[in-house]
Design a protein around this ligand. Structure first.
Ligand code: TZP
Ligand code: MG
Length: 207
């Protein structure tokens, strides 16, 4: 599965449920989402495996990969294309060993120190953020702003996707900061028309 970080949809249990998880994701992919992460801190493994399988089936033929947040067992059992972990979610080398060489493995990074410590050979991409404070993730780290994002992206040994409070108007500054793409929850999942919301990122209005 190719890794295209341009517009990375991260799902949210509540926000995406409004119109149905699968329907929301399918609409967003029609609008231009290039990568999907199933993220749900509360679902059981069994529930997540079921959701991942349904999403995988819905994404068949689109070329859009499905990544699981946090749960290695779910990624392995569901046939998803990869896993995304945070700094406290376990060992990158162990995750790579379990997933095999072809799965996509991403890691969240908030600081230069974390960048300096990681082993890029085990990873495919980095999540860089939060760019802005956001209610979508409780207890997130200090926001980077575009300056902080640019510093991290410049020091990153891997392609980076920016996350945290990003909206369609941030496509240009995010790319100018050196990130390959934008990861978003609420600017797509929490809207009445996820397809149009995604399209706003892929075709930003001219100024
Ligand atoms: N990690 C850092 S910020 C964030 C995550 C999962 C939430 C992003 O959500 P939103 O609604 O796009 O700000
Ligand atoms: Mg995590």
């Amino acid at each position: 599965m190719p890794l295209d970080l341009s517009l990375y949809l991260v799902t949210d249990r509540e926000l995406c449920a409004e119109q149905g998880l699968v329907q929301t994701v399918v609409a967003a992919v029609r609008g231009g989402v290039t990568l999907v992460q199933l993220r749900d801190k509360h679902a059981s493994d069994a529930e997540l495996i079921d959701q991942a399988r349904r999403l995988k089936a819905a994404l068949a033929g689109t070329g859009v990969a499905l990544i699981i947040n946090d749960r290695l067992e779910v990624a392995l059992a569901s046939g998803a294309d990869g896993l995304h972990i945070g700094q406290d979610d376990g060992d990158v080398a162990q995750a790579r060993a379990a997933l095999g060489p072809h799965a996509i493995l991403g890691l969240s990074v908030q600081t230069r120190e974390q960048l300096a410590r990681l082993d890029p050979s085990a990873l495919n991409y980095l999540g860089l953020g939060p760019v802005f404070a956001t209610p979508s993730k409780r207890d997130h780290a200090e926001p980077l702003g575009f300056e902080g994002l640019a510093e991290l992206a410049a020091a990153s040994p891997l392609p980076g996707v920016a996350i945290g409070g990003l909206k369609a108007e941030h496509v240009l500054p995010t790319r100018q900061a050196g990130a390959q793409g934008l990861a978003v929850i609420s600017a797509i999942c929490g809207t009445p028309d996820p397809e149009a919301a995604a399209r706003a990122f892929t075709r930003p209005p001219r100024h």
